[in-house]
Write a protein that binds this ligand. Structure first.
Ligand code: DSN
Length: 436
């Protein structure tokens, strides 16, 4: 079944937009670190007839009839996630990362409870306590920052902050931090102050699954991840947690449930209605792919590619936050080349050359989040396309040239030709026929 042909007949406008988006994805390089290119099998599961079903509840305990096959896919998704990450309990129903994180707050904290989260401008996520998000409005966030000099997380400072503030929860995880996180140290601090450890591995879950990054699962009480970033699945999320609530006696009355039940009931009926079963089917397929041996090679190639691109950028005079990377992500600091607050200018210039990236704050950002001084890059999608270190050098050199002259059309045009040449050799979805 070629679904695009169906759309072409029924809704030519949308069909054309899909074709245009495919060309954009095919002819450019996708460097937004939270994006990826899913397999055709994942796309097909996502577009399957499971989109027709409602299934409030959990496998074996649903509120509507006709659940025998939904229970199969949800059961397989859970079993594969447990196997891949070594988790005791998994919930695959969160609609996406923010709802998953919301459920963790809802399950573990009471209104205005205090927690420690990585500040947005230093590399955290909105849901880690930003004042404009539910997490910063409904709860009391004490933000931690990176060290001003090294731009690295300073675990001694985080420990001191935790000892002083006595939070009920500490969040580990990020959206814009190019280095490894020591989850065991976070857990030690949580143990010392009697706090829950909530780890958000949305960005690095593919690296964790592929053993290219340490896992928080053996330590943290709760771990969330989106499934569409380095994990290369559909847009969705999962929550992994320990069965038992190790802080039950400190924070809950006898009547409260164990951790797994707290999380499940926070998702449904606490915050969500019926799960998106077509997403669950696609998630099961993606988790099956991540369990195959070649996913390990994929994960380590993501990091090798990231390092190669970082080296090329630095060789060409570009300053990177922390002067390098350990993971899939690179953060360019535009301030030393006189472009403070000009992230949007550079993002737009890269776009014209077929390089998709995003403007981003840098630690201790002197400008605003809408006009920040950084550019965030990542290698999960280009690695999926089969690109390796030599291609990263071409891309890195093009980015460096554009960053240094974002208004020079001849520089942009030369970079565009180099990128077009490169992408021709790495077709996206070959043989899919969706351009017919
Ligand atoms: N929007 C995601 C990212 O780009 O990192 C986080 O939710």
């Amino acid at each position: 079944m070629n679904l695009i042909n169906e759309i072409s007949d029924s809704d030519p406008e949308i069909a054309q937009a899909i074709r245009n988006e495919l060309s954009r994805q095919e002819q450019g390089v996708e460097l937004i670190p939270s994006e990826n290119n899913v397999s055709k099998a994942v796309l097909q599961a996502m577009g399957s007839i499971f989109t027709n079903k409602y299934s409030e509840g959990y496998p074996g305990k649903r509120y509507y009839g006709g659940q025998e096959f939904v229970d199969v896919i949800e059961g397989i998704a859970i079993a594969r996630a447990k196997n891949l990450f070594g988790a005791q309990h998994v919930n695959v129903q969160p609609y996406s990362g923010s709802p998953a994180n919301h459920a963790v707050f809802f399950a573990l904290l009471e209104h205005k409870d205090k927690f420690l989260g990585f500040s947005l401008t230093s590399g955290g996520h909105l849901t880690h306590g930003s004042p404009v998000n539910f997490s910063g409005r409904e709860y009391q966030c004490i933000p931690y920052e990176v060290d001003k000099e090294t731009e690295l997380l300073d675990m001694d400072e985080i420990r001191k902050l935790a000892v002083r503030e006595k939070p009920k929860m500490i969040v580990s995880g990020f959206t814009a931090y190019p280095r490894k996180i020591d989850f065991k140290e976070f857990q030690d601090i949580c143990d010392e102050v009697g706090a829950y450890h909530f780890s958000d591995i949305s960005h690095i879950s593919g690296l964790v699954a592929g053993k290219a990054h340490e896992s928080p699962v053996p330590y943290a009480d709760v771990v969330t991840t989106t499934t569409h970033k380095s994990l290369r699945g559909p847009r969705g999320a999962m929550i992994m947690c320990k069965e038992k609530d190790r802080l039950h006696d400190k924070y809950h009355s006898e009547s409260k449930k164990n951790l797994a039940q707290l999380i499940d009931s926070a998702i449904f009926p606490g915050l969500q209605g019926g799960p998106h079963d077509h997403t669950t089917a696609a998630m099961a397929v993606a988790l099956g792919e991540a369990l195959k041996p070649d996913f390990k090679e994929y994960a380590s190639q993501i990091v090798r590619n990231s390092r190669a691109m970082a080296d090329e950028l630095m060789k060409n005079g570009i300053k990177l936050v922390t002067n390098g990377t350990d993971n899939h992500l690179i953060l360019i600091d535009l301030r030393p080349i006189g472009l403070t607050g000009k992230g949007k200018l550079v993002q737009d210039a890269l776009d014209k050359a077929g390089i998709t990236a995003n403007k981003n704050t840098v630690p201790y950002e002197p400008s605003t989040p809408f006009n920040p001084s950084g550019i965030r890059l990542g290698t999960p999608a280009v690695t999926t396309r089969g690109m390796k270190e030599s291609e990263m050098k071409v891309i890195g050199e093009s980015i460096a040239k554009i960053a240094k002259a974002p208004e020079d059309e001849s520089v942009i045009s030369r970079a565009k030709s180099a990128i077009a040449e490169l992408t021709k050799k790495f077709p996206l979805y070959p043989g899919m026929g969706i351009l017919k």
